[in-house]
Design a protein around this ligand. Structure first.
Ligand code: PEP
Ligand code: MN
Length: 366
């Protein structure tokens, strides 16, 4: 994919790029007050506000609609900030373009639907307006990449990814689990793609936004998008996760910014040495795994000859206990090691089940 660097279309860009503004545009006064406070903070470059809100249940506030676009236009004229809003269909795109919105974003609930993304891409053909694409709500990297590709194929190259976390049915400390490996994997596939973190939707909790902003900087993301409201408790949507413009300023000031490369030669050398140790260990782990699976196959053979099932729960329990104890003994988190072993064990059962299936088939055929 051919993607234009963000500093090619936003002049004098500093890291992190800060996008701020309310979850939803509520009133002209709320929008203008927020924008005027935010523009005092030179870190803030883009003003966000949702006009059409994808709400989980009907009969909740679904956004002010088209009239909010006039307020965003006014923000742009009075503060000089770039303005962005969410679009979910061709009608939204048409109205946003008509009202000179600078940047569009595709929400998490739209990224999941290739028909909607294609409709938006088609409506944007010939414009080259910047578009930010939020990750789909489910853990699906290909779907996220697919949305970016659809836009790119429509001729758009000012693309940005927004990491807003992933929905889960489990009760976790996050509103949406961050699963950092997913945006990191995206960056590995598309190194030129800027990635912005949305700590508001990840945490769902204003008190934890600073923590997630810092983590985003630590994994070398390009910026943050933080929901900001002059009176967060009174917000019409996502009240628990919005911060005041003053709180936002102190969050950004408190960030410890690291860069991906250091000019210090000894640092680079030490890092290189440690990394080759890691690479060596990783290759040993893979070789050990292969040895383990060779034995799994031999066990499979034995089980077949004795008509024993592939899965034996008692053995699994005993193995998990032994693994957990060993992990604790060497100072690793046992939950982490057990998670790995669940995957390894699943693969072993799969392998033995396949062996049995082809054994039975051969028997039938012969
Ligand atoms: C939003 O940014 O207000 C929003 C609706 O986000 P998401 O699509 O990530 O849920
Ligand atoms: Mn929101």
């Amino acid at each position: 994919m051919n993607i234009k660097a963000i500093n090619k279309w936003i002049p004098n860009l500093k890291r992190p790029l800060v996008i701020a503004g309310p979850c939803s545009a509520e009133t002209e006064e709320q929008v203008m007050t927020t924008a005027k406070e935010l523009v005092q903070n030179e870190d803030v470059r883009i003003f966000r506000a949702g006009i059409w809100k994808p709400r989980t249940r009907p009969n909740s506030f679904e956004g002010v609609g088209e009239k909010g676009l006039k307020w965003l236009k006014q923000v742009k004229e009075e503060t000089g900030l770039l303005v962005t809003t969410e679009v979910a269909n061709a009608g939204h795109v048409e109205l946003a373009l008509k009202n000179d919105i600078d940047i569009l974003w595709i929400g998490a609930r739209t990224t999941v639907n290739p028909f909607s993304v294609q409709e938006i891409a088609d409506a944007l053909k010939g414009t080259n307006i910047p578009v930010m694409v939020k990750n789909p709500i489910n853990v699906d990297l290909a779907l996220w990449m697919g949305a970016l590709e659809r836009l790119n194929l429509a001729g758009l190259d000012k693309l940005v990814a927004i990491h807003r976390g992933f929905s889960t049915s489990e009760k976790t400390e996050y509103r949406n689990q961050p699963l950092w490996r997913i945006p990191i994997e995206l960056k590995r596939h598309l190194p030129d793609l800027p990635i912005i973190c949305d700590p508001s939707h990840i945490t769902g909790d204003r008190n934890r936004i600073a923590l997630v902003c810092q983590k985003a900087m630590d994994v070398d993301m390009d910026g943050v998008m933080v929901e900001t409201h002059p009176n967060p408790e009174q917000a019409w949507s996502d009240a628990a996760q919005q911060v005041t413009p003053t709180a936002l300023a102190s969050i950004i000031k408190s960030l410890n910014l690291k860069t991906e490369f250091s000019p210090d030669r000894t640092f680079e050398q030490d890092l290189g040495d440690l990394r080759s140790q890691i690479d060596r260990i990783d290759s040993e782990i893979i070789e050990s795994l292969k040895m383990r699976f060779n034995i799994v196959e031999r066990i499979g053979d034995l089980k077949m000859k004795n008509s024993v099932t592939a899965l034996q729960v008692q053995r699994l329990d005993a193995m998990m206990k032994r693994i957990g104890d060993k992990a604790k003994k060497v100072g690793l988190r046992h939950e982490f090691v057990e998670e790995i072993y669940h995957v390894v064990h699943e693969e072993s059962v799969k392998l033995q089940t396949e062996m049995m299936r082809s054994f039975l088939k051969d028997k039938k055929d012969s």
